[in-house]
Design a protein around this ligand. Structure first.
Ligand SMILES: [Zn+2]
Length: 346
């Protein structure tokens, strides 16, 4: 009995894990998958043949966006694909399918990097700071954060919001180290970036990710000059961005430890999950698998709140194993934030 009474005195909020998708960054200028490969001019010269291939497949109704295009490519035999390109480029010999596939990834990454840079650095719309105040401040008032954010976005909108609001955030994995020991990443709310980040560079030799204060997308030429700061290593650092292909395994391998931590967060800790602008695309197999295996086995989970605009995205997938625990708000992020806070969720 004593224990019960003393517990009641504490203001308790359910342990909340936020899942963020492209829709979260959209209002800050973030890019949606459907907008990738939107213009030929976005693609570097050497890879423009990919755009032609993409446009043709789109006209024939075979693909609708970059993700389905990548699926389509991986489903073609290298012979089929090779001949297609030969016709397209009027070349004498055909190009290996594996090269087209990797070229496509490079082209998409290139577009992504440039698009990430366009995400507002001048300041976020007001409802981002409102969200930080109404949802995150109460949960993370103390020095020991008890809630977390799992995000599939490459851009640093979430970071900017947290640094503006709290001066700090934390990438919760020993594998990720703040570059030059940047103090902003030492404490605060845990942010799991499962598809990498535009401010991360990876050292293959030490399997370490260095987190920079800001996005590095604005100056890709500089990236090549960064080396691992560890004495005795000094290996050239590379980007840590998982491209939008269904075959993410090779890329996700670098981030295995982080995925495991995020899984643990959703499986063992979450009492409620709030989804902001994440569509649960069929092609995001790994992400869906992570969310399914974690949440289906979570004994403490009370509910999942979906904030995906006026759409059904993710609803039937989640209801399939969580039933009535799923609540679709049918609200935009901005509307949701202006109507609710962490204390008065419906
Ligand atoms: Zn190293």
């Amino acid at each position: 009995m004593k224990l019960k009474r003393s517990k009641k005195k504490q203001p308790t909020y359910p342990y909340t894990v936020f899942i963020l998708g492209a829709g979260f960054s959209k209002d800050a200028g973030g890019l949606l998958i459907k907008d990738l490969l939107a213009q030929k001019a976005d693609i570097p010269e050497d890879y423009q043949y990919i755009w032609d291939l993409y446009e043709r497949a789109k006209k024939r109704g075979i693909v609708t966006d970059v993700e389905s295009f990548m699926d389509y490519l991986s489903g073609l035999s290298f012979l089929e694909l090779g001949w297609k390109i030969k016709r397209l480029k009027k070349r004498k010999s055909f190009v290996m399918a594996s090269k087209i596939y990797s070229d496509t990834i490079i082209a998409v990454l290139n577009i992504l990097e440039r698009a990430i840079d366009k995400v507002s650095s001048a300041g976020l719309p007001n409802f981002y700071s409102l969200f930080a105040d109404k949802f995150l401040r109460l949960l993370n008032g103390g020095s020991h954060p008890t809630n977390s954010i799992v995000t599939f976005n490459w851009d640093v909108v979430c970071e900017q919001m947290l640094l503006d609001g709290f001066k700090h955030l934390k990438y919760p994995s020993d594998q990720i180290k703040p570059y030059e020991d940047y103090v902003g990443f030492r404490k605060g709310i845990n942010v799991f970036k499962l598809h990498g980040s535009s401010n991360w560079l990876y050292c293959e030799k030490c399997n370490t990710i260095y987190a920079f204060e800001q996005s590095l997308a604005h100056d890709p030429t500089k990236i090549a000059s960064y080396r691992c700061p560890k004495p005795g290593c000094r290996k050239a650092l590379a980007r840590t961005i998982v491209p939008p292909t269904w075959e993410k395994t090779t890329y996700v391998n670098q981030l295995k430890a982080l995925w495991k931590l995020a899984w643990n967060e959703l499986r063992e800790k979450a009492h409620q999950v709030i989804v902001l602008g994440y569509s649960f695309s069929d092609r995001d197999l790994l992400a869906r698998y992570l969310i399914f295996t974690a949440l289906a086995g979570n004994q403490n989970l009370k509910r999942v709140i979906l904030v995906n605009g006026n759409s059904d995205d993710g609803e039937s997938f989640l209801r399939g194993f969580l039933g009535d625990k799923v609540k679709n708000m049918r609200a935009t992020f901005a509307d949701f934030v202006s109507s609710y806070d962490i204390k008065n969720l419906p």
